[in-house]
Design a protein around this ligand. Structure first.
Ligand code: GLU
Length: 371
């Protein structure tokens, strides 16, 4: 297994979280921003097209608003982001200009990826910006969406951006050296995993936990992003933002952090979002016939194939789909509450007005290369 080295024309999406951009006072640290911009300039000089996904707007808004600490209520955080975003962009634009580069601001939300017209518009804009040699700088539009503030979703936003721009690699820069075999806060000498061929629910469970108090992410949100990106055919590296020349190492395919291999086939952004938008709330257990119908024949899951449920999910939640041996093979949006499904399981659709458990368009098959 080898990592990906980037050539001229390849696209690299780089996501940096608040914790990797601020200094001890909680405000954006110019040295950290300068290091990031210097590497971006070096990559762009090699013809590699860099798209930055940067948090740090809230942090940049604290000083001007005279706030000593990060507020705790969402409207104040949104206000701080609205104040800080322009200031943050002006730092980036100043630092990138030193390398002759122009920067652009893109404020997006996950809804922009679910709306076909918005998706196409955003893609056209980014394509043109990159063709013009500009460095697009993306953040969540915190005025209208607070997913990042609540869930650390800039990781997933970055994964969707990587899908949008057909990036070769997504670099998730953080304050850890990579994904450890165990939570390093509990097991301090847990080694960093070098490469992940395929994300498993077990890896997802073990890496759980939120990050530092300054940002909102954590490893769980990195893994969620890695699911989305690898299913988009994008390789992912989770690495330490403070590592010397980390972006240059990543672009060269050198060993740094944890590398997640891309999957051979791309899944549409909309289905990706459906499958990985929220952590699964439970599991639907199915028989071999239902599994075959879903995986091979690309059919919806019907109640007749369901043999059990785990967890107390509601209609509209994301659930895992597993076989009787507990092997997880799909994930999707369920259309039954768990207790309704317990009543309906095993019954033919005709008795249930044809109501599907998971519609095929709201289903992502996780196994094999079939999507
Ligand atoms: N999008 C926000 C920002 O850039 C949220 C980050 C956070 O929660 O710290 O600041």
């Amino acid at each position: 297994m080898t990592r990906l080295d980037l050539k001229a024309g390849d696209r690299l999406v780089v996501k940096v979280g608040t914790a990797s951009l601020v200094g001890p006072t909680g405000e954006p640290d110019d040295d950290k921003l300068a290091t990031l911009c210097r590497q971006t300039i070096a990559l762009r000089a090699k013809g590699i097209q860099v798209i930055l996904v940067s948090s740090g707007a809230i942090a940049a808004g604290l000083g001007p608003l005279g706030l000593a600490a990060r507020p705790s209520d969402i409207p104040s955080l949104q206000a701080a982001a609205a104040v800080g975003q322009g200031r943050l962009l002006s730092r980036y634009s100043h630092l990138l200009k030193a390398g002759g580069l122009v920067s652009a601001q893109l404020l997006l939300t996950r809804y922009d990826f679910m709306n076909r017209q918005h998706y196409v518009n955003a893609r056209n804009t980014v394509d043109r910006l990159l063709a013009l040699g500009v460095v697009p700088i993306v953040n969540e539009n915190d005025t209208v969406a607070v997913d990042e503030i609540r869930f650390g979703d800039n990781d997933r936003l970055a994964a969707l951006v990587a899908n949008l721009v057909r990036a070769k690699t997504l670099a998730l820069l953080t304050d850890a050296r990579g994904v450890h075999t165990d939570d390093p806060r509990r097991v301090p000498d847990a080694p960093v995993i070098d490469e992940v061929d395929r994300i498993t629910p077990e890896l997802e469970r073990r890496a759980g936990g939120r990050g530092s108090t300054l940002g909102s992410g954590g490893m769980a949100s990195k893994i969620a992003a890695a699911w989305v990106a690898t299913f988009s055919g994008v390789g992912v590296v989770v690495a330490d933002a403070a590592e010397d020349e980390v972006l240059l190492l990543i672009a060269a395919g050198d060993k740094v952090g944890t590398f997640f291999h891309p999957r051979p086939k791309r899944v549409s952004a909309r289905r990706l979002w459906i499958a990985f938008a929220q952590p699964p709330k439970g599991t639907v257990v199915v028989d071999p016939g239902a599994r075959r119908a879903m995986v091979t024949d690309k059919r919806s899951l019907l109640p007749v194939g369901v043999v059990g449920t785990k967890g107390s999910f509601s209609s509209g939640d994301v659930v895992d789909v597993a076989d009787r041996d507990g092997e997880l093979f799909a994930r999707g949006l369920v259309r039954y509450d768990f207790h309704e499904l317990q009543e309906a399981q095993g019954r033919p659709s005709a008795e249930l007005a044809g109501r599907e458990v998971i519609n095929r368009d709201q289903l992502v098959i996780l196994e094999g290369d079939e999507t």
